[in-house]
Design a protein around this ligand. Structure first.
Ligand code: APR
Length: 239
């Protein structure tokens, strides 16, 4: 398996790809969800109950994320996109912008982005790494108190799903990097890709919840394990 030249690669990433950039994952020992109640800061009910707390949480994350630098795994995706033929798309569950900072193209943020806020009055997307709170007025409709972090909370629909569905049906290689495979629908993407004939490979630290759906497993820090895999793919190309 993994010897052919792929035409259409879909790379799904999770918090693990950003761990070596110093950003906390969600479910590890000192993960974000161990230190913050999910129901307060990552559900639509939590936001309606206490929007100020939710804004404070994401404003705090913004500072860390803005300082973080892409690591070798992010950069290896750029290397692949530059030096391997065919379509290479990145579907990320991460709200950080490390894929973009590394020069990755065709990045789909299905859980939203930390540097965006959406106006619940007019739908305008405000791009900012600055603090947003209940006093922030929408620059488009001028209404204050209606800005929400453009983060997909549990209980909300994912973003970019029409494009992602098309990519899952058409990819011939599905690569998962740094996700525990516990949160659906993203955790089900590998099953769809496999159903439509893709080879599947995962890069993670430990056995994931949907590991049985992967043809190959590479364990270890993605910054060390993914760049050699990119070289392995490139070696299969005709000279
Ligand atoms: N290299 C590769 N994998 C890593 C690394 C690393 N350096 N560090 C951690 N991992 C792996 C862990 O083994 C785990 O499988 O990354 C995964 C991180 O899992 P989670 O913390 O659950 O993060 P993720 O899978 O992205 O969570 C999915 O859950 O709460 C929601 O919206 C949130 O997008 C998030 C979603």
């Amino acid at each position: 398996m993994m010897t052919k030249i792929y035409q259409n690669i879909l790379i799904l990433t999770g918090a693990g790809i950003s761990a070596e950039s110093g950003l906390a994952t969600f479910r590890s020992a000192n993960g974000l969800w161990n230190n913050h109640p999910v129901e307060d800061v990552a559900t639509i009910e939590g936001f309606q109950r206490n929007p100020a707390l939710v804004h404070e949480f994401y404003n705090g994350l913004k500072e860390e994320i803005q300082k973080a630098k892409p690591n070798a795994a992010h950069l290896a995706i750029t290397e692949l996109q530059k030096n391997y033929p065919g379509q290479i798309n990145v579907v990320t569950q991460n709200v950080d912008t490390l894929h973009e900072k590394a020069g990755n193209r065709n990045v789909y943020h299905i859980h939203g982005q930390i540097n965006q806020a959406v106006c619940l009055n007019c739908g305008h997307i405000l791009e900012t790494f600055g603090d947003v709170d209940m006093q922030t007025a929408c620059p488009h409709c001028q209404v204050a108190g209606m800005m929400k972090p453009n983060i997909v909370f549990f209980g909300e629909n994912l973003l970019c799903m029409n494009e992602v569905d098309r990519l899952l049906r058409s990819c011939d290689l599905f690569v998962s990097i740094g996700t525990s495979g516990v949160v659906y629908p993203a955790a089900g993407f590998v099953q769809t890709a496999k159903y439509y004939g893709a080879d599947t490979i995962e890069f993670t630290l430990e056995t994931t919840a949907n590991n049985y759906l992967f043809d190959r497993h590479v364990y270890g820090p993605a910054g060390q394990t993914f760049p050699p895999y990119v070289e392995e793919l490139k070696k299969k190309l005709p000279n």
